[in-house]
Design a protein around this ligand. Structure first.
Ligand code: ADP
Ligand code: MG
Length: 724
């Protein structure tokens, strides 16, 4: 491309916000109605009611809610907010909001009002949001309801401020229409199950919360260049693009020094995040050129997920200010790494014990082993559902592609714990295995030294010392779906575990510790096929996984079917997380979303083919043909016109194959659109329509490589990836 956008990009002055003089302590959580503000703005009674709601899940009376609303309003108006909104997470994957003013006209002036009615429940006209059929039939209304466990916050736009109240979104009949409602239920289920299981080890645990720290990967591209790429604008990824000569093969980007303009963006993002109490701590370059990562300190899962959703919104806004576009698509560029979200997850008691951290005394280690092995078994038993919970048209490019976790869910635990589980499985009593001088003694399970350096980047679910890390989550995905599955599967498993241990104590008259070890040994035998320490990206693993009977479903329409399997219905129903109807609705929404995404990509491919790529090919063909004819006219010998001939031939060949494949794809799209069954339609989009994308792309990229740069209007990979 020789294109004005490139000059615009290079000439754009960097946004230089005055960031350096700000005191982090003053701005941290300044826009959050957090504990400290609640104490300041609420009566003791109202404050206590919120605390009880957060800690014990008790409900808040209308009167108290009125008091809370009044305090919240006072705080928000003092900070300059004019409007409020219920902030929710519909199944579109983005967040949703509808703003209302605090101010009501009254006698020629205005008065500010915000009561329990507005705080607790709203009925947004949300009929256009996906419901998977839950709202169409009988009752179209959807309600948002306040989630007191995630604090209200003020979102700042350049021109104004809005009080945002995190809410769930449900139908008239109470069915979940969002990501948050089932997540909250799963956290409650996990709390009950884990607290009960804790009674086997500790007698003072009253509550267990699940923790989540989300590492977020993203790309930054120059906004002017982005604006010249219809595929990036409409689909979030490049549908064409010949690989740049230099990619990530030099391995010089990862942890490299951060370019100044990028640093300014990151710093600004951190400042904005801090205001909202998002505890961002880490920033660095990622593997691919133009790819970066940030990570916060972990928090309670619900809050961490709200924060991640907010962070993605902030990224978009802050990037705009800095002349960037933040790409959150899982695979914006072919041939280089894609982006994911590593979900670091653990369970922590109210007494401060991380249940997935090996301890240094026998009792806490028996607890650790129990929660550790139960998590493995839960993931083993529901690996199809975990796979389904991360399935999307965009994540599909990553899962199973050569740099990303494969579509096979396996668990990496490291060599120390592998040895330990091996011994445990065999029922070895005292087994002495050396690890840096420490003994691992099974019978008494003393200090366990986990080798933290033993890391495996290729595993989709890895134990990393004191937490599990689900790495297959998509970079733009709402983490609630996989977290709901994980919480529920583990909760369900812990209930089983406690029952089995108690039954063994009863029936075999075993001591508690023996019963626990025996139960864990049976779990290890049952689940060990999911443990894998090798290279998850290798072909050998795919073959080995098949032998082990692990599923490897690469496409989304087939993967999401696990949402409506017997085992999922049973798991989700039994634990009161999602009913059969709700699961079916989600399944429908996923299928529809998938088909629509591929449909949009197909349309953009078609448009770009006919309005940019083929015209450029034909123009260049004419140029070369002209030059060839003039050489013939000049009476030059065959050998002199051979280069033109070859280029023309090459061009014609690729243009022909390109156009054919595009036309064929358009035909397949028409056929797919006629299918009324959503499953069949999604499968047709996956197999038939998307099935042609790679041939189209191969030919299109060949054309890009042949055609005169002057005639190629779309910014190329080298420009997109290397312009800072
Ligand atoms: P890595 O080396 O994998 O990049 P870090 O150790 O820096 O990871 O941690 C990554 C994320 O894991 C951070 O968000 C961190 O807060 C989070 N994390 C650490 N401990 C826990 C835990 N017990 N539960 C959940 N998340 C955790
Ligand atoms: Mg990590």
């Amino acid at each position: 491309m020789r294109f004005s956008a490139l000059e615009v990009a290079n000439e754009r002055p960097d946004a230089k916000p005055d960031l350096l003089n700000k005191n982090i302590k003053d701005i941290y959580a300044s826009n959050v109605f957090n504990d400290e503000k609640m104490k300041r703005y609420l009566s003791k009674e109202a404050y206590q009611a919120i605390q009880n709601a957060i800690i014990n899940g008790t409900s808040i009376s209308r009167d108290t809610a009125d008091q809370i609303a009044s305090g919240m309003k006072r705080w928000a108006i003092e900070r300059g907010a004019t409007h409020y909104t219920h902030w929710f997470q519909p199944l579109t994957g983005s967040t949703a909001e509808k703003h209302d003013s605090f101010y009501h006209p009254s006698d020629g002036t205005v008065v500010d009002k915000f009561s329990a009615d507005e705080l607790v429940q709203q009925e947004p006209d949300a009929s256009s949001l996906p419901s998977g059929g839950l709202r169409n039939t009988f009752e179209a209304r959807g309600y948002t309801a306040w989630d007191p466990s995630s604090p209200a916050f003020i979102y700042e736009n350049t021109a104004g401020k809005t009080l945002c109240i995190p809410t769930v979104f449900v139908s008239y009949n109470g069915e979940a229409l969002d990501f948050k409602a089932p997540l909250l239920k799963s956290l409650q289920a996990l709390n009950h199950a884990a607290t009960s299981a804790c009674k086997l080890f500790f007698n003072d645990v009253k509550r267990v919360t699940a923790s989540l720290g989300v590492e977020q990967e993203y790309f930054l591209v120059d906004r002017a260049l982005y604006n010249a790429r219809p595929d990036l604008i409409m689909c979030g990824r490049t549908l064409f693009g010949y690989s740049a000569a230099k990619n990530q093969q030099m391995e010089d980007h990862y942890f490299g020094s951060i370019p100044d303009r990028v640093f300014n963006f990151m710093y600004d993002l951190e400042i904005e995040s801090m205001k909202l109490g998002i505890p961002l701590r880490t920033r660095h370059n990622e593997v691919a050129p133009g790819q970066y990562e940030c990570a916060p300190m972990f928090e309670d899962v619900n809050l961490a997920n709200d924060h991640n959703q907010l962070l993605m919104d902030l990224m978009d806004e802050v990037a705009r200010k800095h002349g960037f576009k933040a790409l959150l698509h899982e695979k914006p560029f072919a041939g280089i790494n894609g982006s994911g979200k590593h979900n670091n997850w653990s369970m922590i008691t109210d007494t401060g014990v991380n249940l997935l951290a090996p301890g240094n005394n026998p009792d806490s280690n028996l607890a650790f082993l129990s929660f550790f092995v139960n998590t493995i078994k839960a993931v083993h038993d529901h690996n199809d559902l975990i796979r389904a919970s991360i399935a999307s048209a965009s994540n599909e490019h990553r899962l199973g592609a050569n740099e990303a976790p494969p579509a096979i869910i396996s668990i990496f635990i490291g060599s120390t714990l592998t040895k330990l589980l091996d011994g445990l499985e065999k029922g070895l009593k005292p087994s002495a295995s050396q690890n840096e001088g420490k003994k691992i003694n099974l019978a008494h399970v003393p200090e366990i030294l986990v080798d933290n350096t033993d890391r495996n980047r290729t595993s989709p679910f890895a134990f990393t010392g004191n937490k599990f890390e689900l790495r297959a989550v998509g970079s733009h995905q709402n983490c609630a779906s996989p977290m709901t599955v994980l919480n529920t599967a583990v909760a369900n498993q812990l209930i089983e575990f406690k029952k089995e241990v108690e039954a063994l104590i009863q029936s075999k008259k075993l001591k508690k510790k023996e019963a626990i070890l025996e139960t864990l040994a049976s779990y290890i035998r049952h689940s060990k096929r999911i443990l894998f320490e090798g290279n998850g990206y290798s072909e050998e693993w795919a073959a080995e996984a098949e032998k082990r009977g692990l599923s490897n479903i690469k496409d989304t329409p087939r993967a999401v079917k696990a949402f409506i399997s017997e085992s999922t219905m049973d798991l989700m129903g039994r634990n009161n997380i999602l009913s059969k109807e709700e699961l079916h609705a989600r399944y429908e929404i996923l299928l529809e979303g998938f088909a629509k995404e591929i449909q949009i990509e197909g349309r953009i491919i078609d448009e770009l083919a006919y309005t940019q790529i083929l015209p450029a090919a034909f123009r260049y063909q004419a140029d070369v043909a002209d030059s060839l004819n003039s050489l013939i006219e000049a009476g030059l010998p065959e050998s002199a016109i051979e280069p033109q001939r070859q280029v023309l031939k090459n061009l014609a060949e690729h243009a022909y194959a390109f156009k054919n494949a595009v036309d064929q794809m358009v035909e397949e799209r028409k056929k797919a659109n006629k299918l009324t069954d959503s499953e069949q339609r999604a499968v047709a989009y996956s197999d038939k329509v998307k099935g042609l994308f790679s041939e189209i792309r191969y030919r299109g990229d060949k054309l890009e490589r042949i055609i005169d740069d002057n005639l190629w209007e779309m910014p190329k990979y080298r420009e997109l990836l290397y312009t800072r």
